[in-house]
Design a protein around this ligand. Structure first.
Ligand SMILES: Cc1cc2nc3c(=O)[nH]c(=O)nc-3n(C[C@H](O)[C@H](O)[C@H](O)COP(=O)(O)O)c2cc1C
Length: 221
């Protein structure tokens, strides 16, 4: 698989097979992905990997908490700007609508939409979860570096026939994650990532999201 193929075949996978990913495979992916660049080579990331019984225990504890506190603990950062302007607002709206359309969940069906959102906290059935943290002293540049690390993992995963879904939704459970995987105080949780083998029979995985035309995002000066 070349880089273009990895880029094209990577999607946010939201349904997985019940098939474990060997720890050795995850190690290999992370070993390759850690070549991601970062300004000053700070490598300002840390990743916590959860699989098997440990992941089950963690997911069950979150499910219990969701039952009484569906809003979670509140994110430490704004997942989106509070006043999202155009064209971003429309893009975000369309991405959600297109996703729910694959499941035939209508806009009025708030309960089903909430239940689908809650699938985030079951990792969409993925057998492994990655949680990413960054040292609190880091600024915008280093957060961009962290994004490159994430994308590198997502692309290398494709070489192993694996799929991923980056999950900022986990930011609302930052306290529970911090406690469970023991993230030190000076580190802050950014997001999670589901990792596993795609369930190709699941309609939600047929979603191919839009991208803006090149003219909208590029200026050849
Ligand atoms: C940092 C980051 C966080 C994301 N968080 C979530 C999430 O919490 N739940 C989810 O279902 N998708 C999440 N996504 C997936 C995006 O919605 C998705 O990347 C976007 O709609 C483009 O679709 P594609 O990844 O299938 O190409 C996230 C993506 C990124 C890069």
């Amino acid at each position: 698989m070349n880089v273009s193929e990895a880029l094209k075949s990577r999607i946010s996978c939201r349904a997985y097979l019940d098939k474990p990913v060997p720890q050795e495979t995850i190690r290999e992916i992370l070993e390759k992905a850690k070549r991601a660049p970062s300004g000053g080579n700070l490598q300002p990331w840390h990743v916590y990997v959860l699989s098997g019984d440990k992941l089950q225990t963690f997911a069950s504890s979150i499910a219990e908490k969701i039952a009484t506190n569906p809003q979670g603990e509140g994110s430490e950062y704004d997942i989106y700007p509070p006043q999202l302007t155009e064209p971003y607002r429309t893009r975000r709206f369309k991405c959600g609508e297109d996703m729910y359309a694959t499941l035939e969940i209508k806009r009025e069906d708030k309960v089903k939409r909430m239940m689908q959102f809650a699938r985030n906290f079951e990792l969409f059935g993925a057998p492994s979860a990655l949680f990413f943290s960054i040292n609190r002293q880091m600024g915008l540049g280093q957060w961009a570096d962290l994004g490159m690390f994430l994308q590198s993992i997502m692309l290398v995963a494709r070489e192993y026939d694996l799929h991923t879904c980056a999950q900022e939704a986990w930011a609302i459970w930052h306290k529970s994650i911090t406690e469970f995987v023991d993230i030190p105080d000076e580190q802050m949780l950014f997001c999670g990532m589901a990792l596993g083998y795609m369930d190709t029979s699941a309609p939600i995985n047929n979603l191919v999201t839009d991208r803006a035309d090149l003219d909208e995002i590029v200026t050849f000066c």
